[in-house]
Design a protein around this ligand. Structure first.
Ligand code: NAD
Ligand code: IPM
Ligand code: MN
Length: 365
């Protein structure tokens, strides 16, 4: 029997609610495909801060690094918002991404036919959308120095950050995106702000150079303000989107709403070597935490990405993806994707229905 070690990082807010479900789904899908998992649950974010005084304990990073893959819920919450930067739950998340060197964040946005009416956009705009945001995850303004608080020449207080990319950072994420576009529909759109920012002018130049190695991929460039407009005007024009850390953060939340809800979008964060980190794109949703209202699909689909991109277990991954579709087909919906004629359920029941669907899947030939 194949066996893998998985680090579970439930985090805060709805994180523990959705990871509990994704873990059960993983165990079941795994057992049906001859896979065994050995889980270790570790602290991250506000939960870690409360218990250990830091948002990323050394032990969490060490265990994560030694495992085969990491499944993360979400971190953050009002309770910790007043903490200093180095103690914030969000800092713990950035530190683990950096510590694992997972520079490539894949955020697929696929419109499931069952959820077309859950989208805020018209049916004809969203039907058939299938795009992939490739977000640079360990560089740019999130990590650039100098950063901090200071004062200007007039003694006015300031806050500042630096958008900076080194050649190797642009090259490795660009290569990643070209490879992905090549396996998809062969179209890559690099999103930047090269009309204003030097970091973007440099980004565009490196991407153009990389394109010489990928003559089979059709490359285009778009300014981020236009891209955010085009995403809601005509999202089907996009196949693979390559962008920096902060633009990718914003555009992927926007893309999620095309699919019906932010509660549907998974992600995979990968590096050149070592374990991948898999997490929904949404946050800890403190407004609905503890109320059994969260949509677990984004985390369940992240578990599917873990199997596919992290472990190469494509059959088990497909089993989970099909189970989510089957559950939607059977009419079950959490509040965020609920529409007339469908069955409104809570997080736990949605999880139970997904489990039933996992079990009823015919094993792959
Ligand atoms: P959020 O994604 O947590 O929530 C935004 C809105 O979407 C809320 O109304 C929420 O109820 C809803 N929502 C999110 N996930 C949902 C789900 N699975 N099912 C149903 N509804 C869902 O973003 P926010 O409110 O801006 O941030 C809340 C906290 O989460 C902050 O502390 C933020 O820093 C943190 N955050 C963490 C991550 C992460 O862990 N990767 C990502 C984003 C935000
Ligand atoms: C995300 C989140 C994080 C980010 C925050 C919580 C640090 O918004 O995963 O999308 O900005 O990357
Ligand atoms: Mn985000």
């Amino acid at each position: 029997k194949r066996s893998y070690s998985i680090t579970l990082l439930p985090g805060d807010g709805i994180g523990p609610e959705v990871t509990a479900i994704a873990k059960n789904v993983l165990v079941l899908a795994g057992s049906l495909e001859g896979i065994k998992f050995d889980f270790r649950e570790m602290l991250l974010g506000g939960a870690a801060l409360d218990e250990t005084g830091v948002p990323l304990p050394d032990e969490t990073l060490a265990v994560a690094k030694q495992s085969d893959a990491i499944l993360l819920g979400a971190i953050g919450g009002y309770k910790w918002d007043k903490f200093e930067k180095h103690l914030k739950p969000e800092t713990g998340l950035l530190q683990i991404r950096e510590g694992l060197k997972v520079f490539a964040n894949l955020r697929p946005a696929i419109v499931f036919p069952q959820l077309v009416d859950a989208s805020a956009l018209k049916r004809e705009i969203v039907e058939g959308v299938d795009l992939m945001v490739v977000r640079e995850l360990t560089g740019g303004i999130y990590f650039g120095k100098p950063r901090g608080f200071g004062s200007d020449e007039n003694g006015e207080e300031t806050g500042f950050n630096t958008e900076i990319y080194a050649a190797y950072e642009v090259d490795r994420i660009a290569r990643f995106a070209f490879e992905i576009a090549r396996k998809r529909r062969g179209k890559l759109c690099s999103v930047d702000k090269a009309n204003v920012l030097e970091a973007s002018m440099f980004w565009r130049k490196r991407v153009q150079t990389m394109a010489l190695e990928y003559p089979d991929v059709e490359l285009s460039h778009m300014y981020v303000d236009n891209a955010s407009m085009q995403l809601v005007r005509y999202p089907k024009q996009f196949d693979t989107i390559l962008t920096n850390n902060i633009f990718g953060d914003i555009l992927s939340d926007e893309a999620s709403m095309i699919t019906g809800s932010i509660g549907m979008l998974p992600s995979a964060s990968l590096g050149d070597s070592g374990p991948g980190l898999f997490e929904p794109i949404h946050g800890s949703a403190p407004d609905i935490a503890g109320q059994d209202k969260a949509n677990p699909c984004a985390t369940v689909l992240s578990a599917a990405m873990l199997l596919k991109y992290g472990l190469g277990e494509d059959d088990a991954a497909e089993r989970i993806e099909n189970a989510v579709l089957d559950t939607l087909n059977r009419g079950f919906r959490t509040a965020d994707i609920h529409s007339d004629g469908t069955k409104l359920v809570g997080c736990k029941q949605m999880g139970e229905e997904i489990m039933k669907s996992v079990e009823s899947q015919v094993p792959a030939a």
